[in-house]
Design a protein around this ligand. Structure first.
Ligand code: HEM
Length: 396
């Protein structure tokens, strides 16, 4: 008797395997709406990248030490002495970026195709929770190597929370575990990063996928007129759609491995609370919000700034309940599509300005210094300004 048959028999004799077999066959061969295509692969891509993050994260945990005295050294040890340590550290660091890109594409796809509309509002809301969890993974993970940039980015990031009216100070001290970033902050971020967020994310992913499967993918029909996909014109999940998902995942993991080898992330200098680096910048996905906050100064301005940067997140949660129009097809929703395009363009614009701010660029042979708010100054011009006491520093 083959091993496979023996294992089968073992279970058949003890359990009613038909229930399990019918369920998995139903899921595997489920018919998806006829317009399901390459745009529908980003959700499963995010899932595969999440699994990769968990696996590489477990490997990192074997040698990582979450204390300010040992954290930086332990990362150096992983990359320098542990077999393949450098590789899985890079897979983890680049994997976070690719997962966020996959999520942003997935959100754009579901937004522009109106898939968040009734009856899938909760699929969208659980998705927004997953997005928040993913960027919080990024924020907390950034501090763990305990390097200069991470230390100061966390100091500034938690200060932003501190500016929220009424509860801000409490939230900031709660996150930091005291008045400043130190021992307690590192333990809290570590706990959030390796225990709280992974379990929370697994649970919400389960719910998200359950809702998506129970209601099937949205068609492009208006709300209330969605037709059930008849078996003869639906796309079989397996092997047709699953082949697309696997090929995009293979390509992405190829890119991930290449980035890990060709463009490794620096470990940086160990954190020094006494020395503030020149330009403190958060990870790219926080740059648009970070840049936007720079345009609001003074105590009242800061509060307004925080409110303005919170609004997009609150809108994201509430969007399926705000946009109650019946149409799903992007061509029939000019206002929602226009707003979506504006949001993407705004994020790209402020992200690019944030990236360039406090740096020097050369355009057609002329050197410009980009100030903190993103305004360019020709180098000679800015030198004159310094002489005339109108220095860039004055804008800071
Ligand atoms: C770890 C994070 C996530 C995972 C693993 C995930 C996974 C998936 C998968 C596999 C699908 C099936 C179809 C597709 O891929 O397009 C799906 C559908 C969906 N997701 Fe996500 N998702 C995540 C985050 C999000 C986010 C951030 C949003 C939006 C804020 C979102 C909103 C939706 C909606 C509305 C659907 C239904 C699409 C339809 O019916 O056509 N998801 N998700």
């Amino acid at each position: 008797m083959s091993i496979k048959r023996a294992i089968n028999n073992f279970f058949e004799e003890r359990y009613d395997m038909r229930v399990f077999r019918d369920f998995s066959a139903g899921q595997l061969h489920k018919r998806l709406p006829p317009h399901t295509g390459w745009g529908h692969v980003f959700g499963s891509l995010a899932l595969m990248l999440y699994i990769s993050q968990v696996l590489t994260g477990i490997l990192l945990l074997v040698y990582y030490r979450p204390t300010p005295e040992e954290a930086h050294e332990s990362i150096k040890h992983i990359t320098g002495a542990v077999p393949f340590g450098w590789f899985y550290r890079q897979l983890h660091a680049w994997g976070a970026t690719l997962m966020i890109i996959a999520l942003l594409l997935h959100m754009c796809r579901t937004y522009f195709m109106g898939a968040y509309k009734k009856p899938r509002e909760l699929t969208w809301v659980t998705g927004v929770f997953l997005f928040m969890a993913t960027i919080t993974f990024g924020f907390t993970g950034y501090l763990l190597p305990w390097n200069e940039l991470a230390y100061w980015a966390t100091t500034v990031g938690t200060e932003v929370a501190g500016a929220v009216p009424f509860v801000g100070q409490w939230v900031m001290e709660f996150l930091r575990g005291g008045p400043g970033v130190g021992h307690e902050t590192l333990s809290r971020f570590f706990l959030i990063h390796v225990i709280i967020l992974p379990w929370f994310t697994f649970a919400i992913i389960g719910l998200h996928l359950f809702l998506m499967r129970a209601q099937n993918l949205a068609t492009l029909d208006p709300v209330g007129e969605e037709k059930k996909t008849p078996p003869e014109c639906g796309i079989p999940f397996h092997p047709v759609h699953s082949a697309k998902e696997v090929s995009v995942a293979l390509l992405t993991f190829g890119i991930l491995a290449s980035l890990a080898v060709l463009s490794p992330w620096e470990i940086g200098e160990p954190a020094n609370p006494l020395v503030t680096p020149e330009a403190i910048k958060p990870e790219w996905y926080f740059l648009p919000t970070y840049q936007l906050l720079k345009y609001f100064s003074g105590p009242l301005g800061k509060i307004v700034g925080i409110m303005v940067s919170f609004v997009p997140f609150i809108l994201m949660f509430l969007w399926p309940f705000i946009d109650r129009g019946k149409e799903r097809h992007p061509k029939k929703r000019p206002l929602a599509v226009g707003l979506g395009v504006l949001a993407v363009a705004g994020a790209l614009f402020f992200g690019a300005v944030g990236h360039l701010s406090e740096s020097t660029v050369t355009i057609f042979g002329t050197e410009y210094e980009i100030d903190i708010k993103g305004f360019p100054h020709r180098i000679e011009e800015s030198a004159n300004h310094v002489a005339g006491s109108d220095s860039i520093d004055e804008h800071r």
